[in-house]
Every structure is written in C-alpha cells, then in structure tokens.
Design a protein around this ligand. Structure first.
Ligand code: UDP
Ligand code: MG
Length: 317
C-alpha cells in the first residue's frame, strides 16, 4: 500500500492543532487505499504545541513529530519535515487551517493520474490588507520578469509532492531558503487544484511585514542575479549620459566661454551618482552576504527529538 505523509510545520499553533488534526482524520478516513503518516515539525514553539502533539501521538500511531532545537523559520522546518517524511508522497500544509484538508482527495487523485507536484492555487486570498495584496502581486511580476523560471502567484507551500520531488528538494540544502522558487527549480510534472483560503482560526500570522520583506528579498537574491545586471545597465546609462553631457559642457565652454556657475547642476549630479553607487554597492552586498552565509555550509536545522513509526530510529535514510 502506498504511503502518504502529511507534513505540518508549526510555530505556536497549540490552539489550532487539534481542530486541524480532527479535520485531517475526517478527510483521510475515506481514503482507505493508503497508509498515512501525520508528521508535525515543531519549530521551537514557546506555547503548548509540543505537548499537544505528544498527546496526539500517544493515541494515534500515525502521528509522528520532529522537534527542532529552536525556531528556525518555516522554510527550514519544511526541509526538516521532508528529510524525515517516510511517504511515497508528501502533502505540505499550514497548521492554522488556512489550507483546507478537504482538498487532499483532489490532490491524491491528480497524483494517481501521474503528476509529481500537485500544487493548490488560491482562488481567494482570505483576510489580507489591500497593500499586502498589491505588493504581493507586484512582487510576483518582478520575480517572473527577472528570471527564466515561473514562480506562480497565489501558489504557496500547500501541495502534494511525489517521492521524486522530495528527494530532489532534500538535495537543495542552502541556508537561505526560498522553497517556493525551489518547487519551480526542480521541475517535474506539475498541475494545480484550486481552493479558497480561509482566515487563520487562531492567533496572528507570524509572517510580519518585516519577515515577508526579508523572504521577498531572499526570493529575488536566491532565485535570480538580475539585480546585478540592472546595476550594470544603470551604470552604463549613467556613464553614457555623463559622456554626452561632458561633450555638451566642453563645447559650450569653447563657444561661449566659462563664467563658472552651475553649482546646482553639480551638486545634483554628484548626489545622484552617489546614490546610484550606494545602491549598487548595496546590491553587490546582498549577494556577497549570501555567499558568506552559504560558504559556512552549516546544517539548516538541529533536531532535539524525533518520534516516528519506529521510535528507536534516529533518522530515515
Ligand atoms: N511557521 C513555522 N515557523 C515559523 C513561522 C511559521 O513553522 O517560524 C509555520 C506556522 O506554524 C504555519 C505556517 O508556518 O503552520 C505558516 O505560517 P503563518 O500562518 O504564520 O504564515 P502565513 O500563512 O501568514 O504565510
Ligand atoms: Mg497562515
């Protein structure tokens, strides 16, 4: 019998876990042709999350968990989950009920049709500010136009991945992780199903604007080197303009003489070029910082405890 792992990263989700668990159980109880593993990754929660998971495991052997040594962030928690998942396929979902388990049967059906990566596309985005929606849209446009690979808008981590995809993702072990880009990078046969995003049932999204901005930058810098090229192009344009202006100033001085004026032009040009230079250095710095982090080649997460089907086992191969 094929096995499917449901992988759920949780950070301070104690209040939502039980509701989600019950919902999942209800949905999978009709999918009898598979064995199931429900794998929780506790990403250093400070609330009762781990306790709730341990209690679940005591009454249900399908539940397993990875307890990380601290909060490593969702992207890293996901990799931990993929490393420890036993299934022939993994379904990744959020713990806050924003990803409705009702979509699971559809995903599984598509998987059986031979697709390797069945992503769930949001028909609606749930409660979000107007600005956040606009910015997200703009961001995907920018990302798409600056790289060859298609990062799909309105598609997140909610998806089913075949073992082939999981093995591929597990080989991408960089510290600056942008999983959304990785799904595209690895390729394989993809298709989508649709769902309506629900509102978070408990608590606040831990993705503050600052965190999202960081992830967005991560996305651009780990996905494409286009900003470096933009910097080159900007430099080129400024130089061309400066050259033309130089010829103009030179000729003007030759023909009309030079009554030393032009302080405003001078200061504007100096400030403008100074700004462009700083911006460019900033862009180079972003990439250099990534190199700095990646050359350390540190493990992306540490595990405090793993309890799987076979408790004695430390890590699946
Ligand atoms: N999450 C995590 N580690 C973190 C932050 C979030 O494992 O540092 C989990 C969280 O528990 C949830 C999922 O990632 O299951 C999505 O987080 P959230 O709902 O806060 O983000 P949003 O839905 O707003 O993108
Ligand atoms: Mg959420």
């Amino acid at each position: 019998m094929k096995k499917i792992t449901i992988l759920i990263p949780c950070y301070n989700e104690a209040k939502s876990l039980l509701i989600l668990y019950e919902e999942i159980i209800r949905v999978i109880s009709v999918l009898n042709d598979y064995t199931w593993e429900i794998l929780w990754v506790n990403d250093g929660s400070q609330d009762e999350t781990l306790k709730v998971i341990v209690a679940l495991r005591e009454k249900d052997t399908r539940v397993s968990y990875v307890d990380l040594s601290r909060n490593f962030g969702k992207e890293n928690a996901l990799l931990a989950g993929l490393d420890y998942a036993h299934g022939d396929a993994v379904i990744i979902m959020d713990a806050d009920m924003q990803h409705p388990p009702q979509v699971i049967p559809d995903m599984v059906r598509k998987w059986e049709e031979g697709y390797d990566d069945v992503y769930a596309r949001r028909k609606t985005r749930g409660k979000e500010s107007w600005l956040r929606k606009r910015l997200t849209l703009f961001y995907y446009k920018l990302l798409q136009s600056s790289s060859r690979l298609d990062v799909l808008p309105n598609v997140g981590d909610f998806r089913l991945l075949d073992r082939k995809c999981i093995n591929a993702l597990c080989q991408l072990r960089e510290s600056g992780r942008y999983t959304k880009g990785m799904y595209c990078y690895i390729g394989f046969k993809k298709t989508g199903v649709e769902f309506d995003t629900q509102d978070r049932i408990n608590g606040e999204s831990s993705m503050s604007f600052k965190k999202l901005l960081k992830l967005a930058l991560e996305g651009i810098t780990s996905y494409t080197t286009a900003p470096l090229r933009w910097a080159t192009i900007a430099g080129l344009m400024v130089s061309l303009f400066a050259f033309a202006y130089m010829v103009f100033v030179f000729l003007k001085a030759l023909i009309y003489g030079d009554p030393v004026a032009g302080y405003p032009t001078l200061i504007t040009v100096i400030l403008f070029i100074g700004g462009v230079q700083l911006l460019t250095i900033g862009i180079i710095g972003e990439y250099l910082a990534k190199v700095f982090v990646e050359v350390k080649n540190r493990p992306v997460y540490f595990v405090r405890e793993y309890k799987g089907e076979n408790t004695n086992e430390n890590k699946p191969d």
